[in-house]
Design a binder for this molecule. Structure first.
Ligand code: 5GP
Length: 182
């Protein structure tokens, strides 16, 4: 993605949907719920790169249960705002999941394809328990039957950027969630 100017880059950030403060308050609430559910039992937080890296960073700092972290990489959007329809696991985790209570930390559930594929794959490795936490959910876009166990924000069908989410690899470093527009 090319920008002819900084103004051009800025102009595509249409409006802030979820502020930094709102995100941080919701992350704290989610971390408290994780602490209560696992009650001192060690967990493995698995984040899906790249979109969930900021969310993962905040969640892992906010929980107080003993936590290991791991990263997977899945590709489902290619340099734009339209889904390719395919889910490709380009980097897998190496842990033996039979030893772990696993929590998937994901940025957004859109069509649901990415998570339903990843969940199928990881559950087949027999973890001690399994949960999915998603920062955002766009239920109106769902094409496969998938629900996360915990969702921090439900949003309408807008393409969003910020807090880890990109458009053409830019905007991941915004501290808030914004609507993207040409
Ligand atoms: P799904 O497989 O549920 O259709 O899509 C999952 C992936 O598509 C997400 O993990 C995310 O990387 C990307 N995605 C879906 N909706 C959006 C969006 O509104 N903004 C951005 N930046 N990525 C999205």
């Amino acid at each position: 993605m090319k920008f002819d100017s900084y103004e051009n880059y800025q102009s595509k950030i249409k409006r802030v949907l979820i502020t930094e403060d709102e995100i941080q308050a919701a992350v704290k609430k989610a971390a408290k719920a994780i602490d209560e559910i696992y009650d001192g039992t060690p967990i493995l937080l698995v984040s899906i790169l790249k979109g969930a890296f900021v969310f993962m960073s905040d969640v892992c700092k906010a929980v107080t249960v003993p936590a290991e972290i791991a990263f997977m990489m899945a590709k489902s959007y290619f340099d734009g705002t339209v889904s390719s329809g395919n889910v490709q696991i380009t980097m897998d985790i190496t842990q033996n999941l039979e030893k772990y209570h696993v929590i998937i930390i994901e940025d957004i559930v859109d069509t649901g394809r990415t998570l339903s594929e990843i969940v199928k794959m990881l559950k087949a490795r027999n973890p001690k328990s399994f949960r999915v936490i998603a920062l955002l959910d766009k239920p109106s876009r769902r094409t496969v039957d998938f629900e996360a166990d915990m969702v921090l924000f439900t949003i309408p069908d807008h393409f969003v950027i910020g807090y880890g989410l990109d458009c053409g690899e830019y905007y991941r470093n915004l501290p808030y969630i914004a609507e993207y527009g040409e």
